[in-house]
Design a protein around this ligand. Structure first.
Ligand SMILES: *[C@@H]1O[C@H](CO)[C@@H](O)[C@H](O)[C@H]1NC(C)=O
Length: 359
């Protein structure tokens, strides 16, 4: 009797693990087909960006901030011994160049490991704030900087840590010291995080933070990644990278979020950028996750850029704007536009600058 029970239990466990492994493979797009390239005519790689441009945010007047040099135990780095950097690019220039921003003394630049970023402009005095998700020693903090434009300096204002912010991926600023942030995994330990992935638990969440109040405002994501606000600031878009979808959520007066709709895709969506002029959502994605996690130059991760128009309406239009098998750009994580220019950043590779054809 005991033996029979054991056989049945082992069978059930094996079936469960097999099913979860298949699901896990599907989440990573293990068997995704070859990438068919979609080229853009006027593109070049940006000089000086060699170790990633994981996230980019652009001010309404065309200054782009680029976070570079992300290091994580699970990913390749082409500059493992160099601290991360923030670059600035003025997209109003004829041939924009990326310049590394200096950081004011007192901030520990050696352990700087920047990830998601978001800008906020104070409407009263025009002060530009830059929020940066940082992973010193692979922990998670949020660094708040003030951008001193005359000197090209980031003045460090404060470091934010919180128990509800254990594994932050991306952030969207709501005010001079408040934001929404995504935790890409619920558990902070590596093993628990891995188990959560394999068991396909959906425990990743979105946190609201202000100095007065910190709370979970949405949960149930496989791995919440990019987060952005609609142009009217009434909606929040969250990319669930392993869920292969974008969640549109309505934002309420108490900062809580309620689901509106979910758009499904067939690849792994990373950061989101909302064009302030058109409201279009630009998404960079990973056609396959495996190549990104286990890097080999012979079989590099590809890149893909998608534009979603009319995301709030019944008739959203999804266009694949760019796709490359990794021969040019590897592991695209963000795509942003300003005045007919497109910037595409990557987790650990380079960044692409394109001039789009005017419609
Ligand atoms: C990527 O595509 C190019 C042609 O567009 C081809 O020469 C190259 O072999 C492809 N690389 C991989 C890794 O598939």
């Amino acid at each position: 009797m005991g033996k029979l029970l054991l056989v049945i239990l082992s069978g059930v466990t094996l079936a469960f693990l097999t099913e979860r492994t298949v699901r896990f493979g599907r989440r990573l797009n293990f068997a995704h087909e070859m990438i068919k390239s979609v080229d853009l005519p006027n593109c070049h790689l940006i000089d000086g960006i060699e170790a990633g441009a994981e996230d980019i945010d652009i001010l309404p007047y065309g200054l782009a901030f680029i976070s570079s040099g992300l290091k994580s135990p699970a990913m390749k780095s082409f500059a493992p011994d160099q601290p991360g950097k923030i670059f600035l690019m003025d997209l109003n220039e004829e041939s924009p160049v990326a310049t590394e921003l200096k950081i004011s003394p007192g901030f520990d630049v050696d352990s700087f490991n920047p990830h998601g970023i978001s800008t906020y402009i104070d409407q009263n005095d025009g002060t530009v704030y830059l929020f940066v998700v940082n992973h010193p020693q692979f922990k998670s903090t949020i660094e708040l900087f003030r951008f001193v434009e005359e000197e090209n300096v980031l003045e460090h204002l404060k470091t934010i840590r919180h128990d509800l912010l254990p594994r932050v991926n991306d952030i969207v600023a709501l005010g001079p010291d408040s934001f929404y942030a995504t935790n890409d995994r619920y558990f902070s330990g590596e093993i628990m995080g891995f188990l959560e992935l394999v068991l396909d638990l959906a425990l990743s969440n979105v946190i609201y933070y202000s100095p007065q109040e910190v709370k979970e405002v949405a949960t149930g994501f496989h791995s919440a990644n990019g987060i952005s606000l609609s142009t009217d600031k009434n909606y929040v878009y969250v990319a669930d990278i392993l869920g292969h979808n974008i969640h549109v959520m309505e934002k309420h007066a108490d900062w809580s979020l309620s689901p509106v709709k979910v758009l499904e895709f067939n690849n792994l969506l990373d950061n989101l950028f909302v064009d302030p002029v058109t409201g279009d959502v630009w998404v960079a994605c990973h056609p396959k996750m495996w190549e990104l996690m286990f890097y080999s130059p012979e079989n590099p991760p590809g890149s893909e850029v998608i534009r979603v128009q009319n995301i709030l309406s019944e008739n959203s239009i999804v266009t694949q704007v760019y796709a490359n098998n990794g021969s040019v750009l590897q592991g695209s994580s963000v795509a942003c536009v300003y005045d007919g220019k497109l910037l595409v950043g990557t987790v650990f590779h380079r960044a692409l600058y394109c001039e789009l054809e005017k419609p």
